[in-house]
Design a protein around this ligand. Structure first.
Ligand code: TRP
Length: 433
């Protein structure tokens, strides 16, 4: 089965709570361990600026907390690409390229923007009152996140489906104008995922202010759980599991057997205080080991910073050459380079072309190869310690062609067919790939 690229972003504007953990973090970390997926997870801190303008400390704190949370919950930064959006300058660059192929009318129809306009209209204010251009452009930035890495699948909440559809629209418009550069992404909605109730029994959500933060100290977690709303049934009176927030929370963490045992205790009239204590113990059993890692990470921001930089390098090994290709495709080109052959850029890009492929070997080093249109290897690199070095070598070959071969002799295995390499590099340049 072909490897699927899965990508998702987390806006860095809050503190992760139990609902995020059960609904997103836990299932996503599990899915990232599967073999046939290549996962990209990033901290959407550019997006956070839209929601938190004027609160820089909150953006920084939230970025730290969310990064520490994902790592503590078992995300393996060696296996996945885990990075911070603002470390990838190619993202805002792609945002602009997409902006220029996106109808303003498409953005007018975005739910989040429309909701603001509707609210203003109802209040008798100007339609765009208090609406930043950032909020309006939100879907384009999000499309750039996704299209930059040609993700096939984008796991998101229901409220984000429209954004994925818009990203598809933008990808199609771009491909139509400039050739097939982008994969059309699909939203993946986890139907099973439980939405957890919050302290007041409504859905756990920042906007209801009813959340239980995932990583509070043990005693604070106990206190919060003791504050969950229940009905007024006294100890000894049978209690209903249906509609009990306490029960639903328990179920999200417990095995089927444990859940059945609590249901039985409910029927037998367990006191609310005791039920809460059981919930607390069960939650803490799962969270305590993660909390320990989390606390250590939070104490050591330099380590997280280091991890994110490594992730950014991996991400940019893809983003930098791809953006180079896109720049060429739209006409942002060095002036001494030949324009695409007549017949149109779209046609040229669709024809079979040689290609660079980058990969990592078991030795941990980064390699690339150049293959001809049929996939035969023309040129093979030696190992690079960092993906960025490999990307730079590829970029140099693309820029300078086979004249660079001599100077790069130490980075490459000497090709058998220098002429084939020359022709392939020339074809790539001419196609603007
Ligand atoms: N908008 C998403 C949210 O609020 C976060 C996000 C930003 C995202 N860029 C993304 C999600 C790209 C998936 C893909 O949940």
């Amino acid at each position: 089965m072909k490897t699927q690229r899965v990508l998702t972003g987390i806006t860095t504007s809050g503190t992760p709570h139990l609902g995020n953990y059960v609904g997103a973090i836990r299932p996503t970390v599990r899915a990232s361990r599967l073999d046939n997926v290549e996962s990209f997870y990033f901290l959407a801190d550019y997006h956070a600026l839209i929601k938190t303008s004027g609160d820089p400390a909150r953006v920084q704190r939230s970025t730290l907390e969310i990064a520490a949370t994902w790592l503590a919950c078992g995300l393996d930064p060696e296996k996945v690409t885990f990075y911070r959006q603002s470390d990838i300058p190619e993202i805002p660059e792609l945002t602009w390229m997409l902006t220029c192929v996106t109808g303003k009318g498409l953005l007018n129809r975005a739910h989040a923007y429309k909701a603001s306009v509707d609210k203003n209209t109802e209040a008798g204010a100007e339609p765009d009152d208090g609406v930043t251009a950032g909020l309006f452009m939100y879907p384009v930035l999000m499309a750039a996140d996704i299209l930059m890495f040609n993700a096939h699948q984008v796991p998101v909440g229901r409220d984000q489906i429209q954004h994925i559809e818009m990203a598809r629209d933008m990808a199609s418009s771009f491909n139509h104008l400039y050739g097939e550069h982008f994969t059309l992404p699909e939203a993946v909605i986890e139907e099973q995922v439980a939405t957890l109730p919050g302290l007041d029994g409504r859905k756990m959500s920042k906007s209801y202010d009813n959340t239980i933060p995932l990583f509070v100290p043990r005693e604070q977690l106990r206190k919060l759980i003791m504050g969950i709303v229940t009905d007024s049934r006294a100890p000894g009176e049978p209690k209903a599991t249906e509609g009990s927030a306490l029960f639903q929370l328990y179920q999200a963490f417990a095995s089927a057997d444990e859940t059945a045992a609590l249901a039985k205790a409910y029927a037998e009239g367990i006191a609310w205080g005791e039920a809460k204590q059981r919930l607390f113990e069960r939650l803490d059993r799962e969270i305590a080991p993660l909390r320990e890692v989390y606390d250590a990470l939070i104490q050591d921001p330099a380590r997280i910073e280091q991890t994110l930089r490594m992730g950014a390098e991996k991400a940019r090994a893809i983003a930098t050459p791809f953006t180079q290709r896109l720049r060429h495709a739209v006409g942002l080109r060095p002036l001494d380079r030949q324009a695409a052959p007549s017949g149109g850029p779209a046609k040229a890009a669709k024809a079979a072309l040689p290609a660079f492929k980058q990969y990592r070997e078991k030795d941990g080093q980064f390699y690339f190869k150049l293959t001809d249109a049929k996939g035969a290897v023309l040129l093979q690199s030696r190992g690079f310690a960092a993906p960025r070095d490999a990307a730079q070598a590829m970029a140099r070959l693309q820029r300078e062609g086979s004249v660079a071969l001599d100077a790069m002799a130490q980075q490459l295995i000497a090709p058998d067919d220098v002429e084939g390499v020359t022709i392939a590099l020339k074809a790539l340049r001419e196609a603007g790939a």
